[in-house]
Write a protein that binds this ligand. Structure first.
Ligand SMILES: Nc1ncnc2c1ncn2[C@@H]1O[C@H](COP(=O)(O)OP(=O)(O)OP(=O)(O)O)[C@@H](O)[C@H]1O
Ligand SMILES: [Mg+2]
Length: 272
């Protein structure tokens, strides 16, 4: 793990009737896979969508490479090098893989009237080759497995020179072999210094892939409790991550928007 790439502090977000995030905080370093876990509805996707410019935060600070930044839309996020691969994939089925990767910014020829297919195909092929993906850029997205579509989404993110890659439950629809392929690519990206946020409910995967884990519960994060990389994840934290039905709730009923804290705070980050 390298330097701090981004930090989110005091992030608040409400939807009508739901206080989804209450002073949430999160930190990502270069070249780390930082797992973000927690029960359904804890606010994981919401927090990351704020980072990806999909939702606007109501309050809080977002520091990217030490600078206070505003991310009003996904384009701004892309510009900063922040990409998100969503729970639901976003490729356009009727387009080729190359067209999907470069949609909206295709090189043109013939006075800008014609798509320069050979150019985008070559560029996409270069990208796939660099990821050691055996894919033909001229294939239609509809003809790909979900796993391969996901790889194309990652390739697309890399084509924006992404330094932060957020993966929201990336393995939900993958076979074991496909998960191995995804992990290979994640390792490759980590080696290049990309910071990866990995949202998952799968304990075994998290143990294998993550450098740090933040457990999110009651929509609140607190300071990282475990700073040393060598410190083991405490058994109690694994119970939070994977124990019977996800993180435990303490103290009875859960209040949306309320401030409920146990003695340790409500989210904990551990290094593996
Ligand atoms: N667009 C939205 N409009 C209204 N409420 C929303 C919206 N997006 C999220 N929420 C609510 O905010 C809370 C946090 O949801 P979020 O999807 O961030 O949780 P999550 O941790 O990603 O859960 P999961 O593990 O099920 O994906 C939930 O109560 C959810 O219903
Ligand atoms: Mg989610």
């Amino acid at each position: 793990m390298g330097d701090v790439l981004l930090s989110m502090e005091g992030i608040d977000k409400s939807f009508p009737g739901v206080h989804a995030l209450d002073r949430a905080q999160f930190e990502l370093r270069t070249g780390e896979v930082h797992a973000l876990v927690g029960e359904n509805g804890a606010g994981k996707s919401t927090l990351m969508k704020i980072l990806a410019g999909i939702y606007a935060k109501d309050a809080g600070v977002l520091l990217y490479r030490g600078q206070d930044v505003d991310i009003p839309n996904p384009r701004a996020a892309q510009h900063l090098g922040i990409s998100m691969i969503h729970q639901e994939l976003n490729l356009m089925n009727h387009l080729t893989l190359a067209q999907n990767v470069f949609v909206g910014r295709e090189p043109r020829r013939g006075f800008g009237l014609m798509l320069d297919e050979s150019k985008i195909n070559a560029q996409a092929q270069g990208l796939f080759d660099s990821m050691r993906l055996r894919l033909d850029p001229r294939t239609k997205a509809a003809d790909l497995t979900v796993a391969k579509q996901q790889m194309v989404e990652i390739a697309k993110a890399l084509s924006f020179n992404s330094q932060v890659l957020i993966m929201d439950e990336p393995t939900a629809a993958l076979t074991d072999a496909e998960i191995e392929e995804l992990f290979r690519i994640i390792h490759q990206l980590r080696e290049k210094g990309v910071g990866i946020v990995y949202i998952s409910h799968r304990l075994e995967e998290l143990k294998r892939i993550s450098d740090r884990i933040t457990v999110m519960r009651y929509q609140i994060f607190t300071r990282n409790l475990f700073e040393r990389r060598t410190s083991p994840v405490l058994p109690s934290m694994w119970r939070d991550v994977g124990g019977r039905g996800g993180p435990t709730r303490r103290g009875g009923s859960r209040r949306r928007g309320g401030v409920e804290r146990d003695g340790h705070g409500d989210a904990r980050t551990a290094d593996r």
